[in-house]
Design a protein around this ligand. Structure first.
Ligand code: AMP
Length: 222
């Protein structure tokens, strides 16, 4: 099993494909956004600071993220491999992550860059709906991802909601930040020879099978 980093601008499908890999192969799915939203929900001072940053599309400080990542990747559920969704998000995080891996004697694995044309992003982000109960992801503007009944999860019947930061203003901040701060990581991993790119605007099944090919059928079945 390999560890995987999904690099992509918000709305390109990191969460969707991480969930599919988890379901099919048992990889752990580590979403720093989910970890931070959980922490924010505690409602204490740190939680409120995190919530404000998230709602405005701004980054949470690196030291909070490093602590969460180091804790998560040493948990038993990560032994079979894990998917990082939303981390690293800047060069300092990519370098810090390499140091954490060295310290723990773990491999980096593969880095998959999911690309998507800018004009598709808005629909993906503004149309995104999530299940409160099981976290399943839907999109009200895409027939492949629409829930069968408006506002209700197909999988568990849970209520669907829209993330507070999935609005136009926060989306624009997040996309701008991605291209300024996150994209340089692509070069960092390209130079290390660990980067693969998949066009995420294709049909879901096509994107997923390209991801599986990158992971190697032998490897993912082990
Ligand atoms: P996501 O669910 O990945 O779209 O993340 C939602 C929000 O959580 C981001 O817009 C940031 O405010 C925060 N966040 C998630 N991951 C990170 C990270 N690695 N570094 C800093 N902030 C993060």
């Amino acid at each position: 099993m390999k560890n995987i980093i999904f690099l992509a601008v918000q709305g390109a499908g990191k969460g969707t494909f991480a969930k599919k890999l988890k379901e099919k192969y048992g990889y752990a799915h580590i979403s720093t956004g989910d970890i931070l939203r959980e922490r924010a929900a505690v409602g204490d001072e740190l939680g409120n600071t995190i919530k404000n940053l998230i709602d405005n599309g701004q980054f949470v400080p690196d030291d909070i993220i490093f602590e969460a990542i180091e804790y998560k990747i040493t948990q038993p559920e990560c032994e079979k491999g894990y998917i990082l969704d939303g981390f690293p998000r800047n060069l300092a995080q990519a370098e810090g992550y390499s140091e954490i891996l060295n310290k723990l004697g773990k491999d980096l694995g593969v880095v998959i860059n999911l690309t998507i044309p800018n004009e598709m992003l808005k629909q993906r982000i503004i149309g995104r709906r999530l299940c409160k109960e099981c976290g399943a992801i839907y999109n009200i503007y895409n027939d492949d991802f629409k829930p069968k009944v408006d506002g209700v999860c197909d999988k568990c019947g849970g209520k669907l909601y829209q993330r507070a930061d999935d609005n136009e203003e926060s989306m624009n901040t997040r996309i701008k930040t991605y291209f300024e701060v996150t994209e340089p990581i692509i070069d960092y991993y390209k130079k290390q020879g660990v980067l693969s790119t998949v066009d995420s605007s294709q049909e879901v099944d096509t994107v997923f099978s390209e991801i599986e090919k990158i992971l190697g059928s032998e490897d993912v079945n082990n």
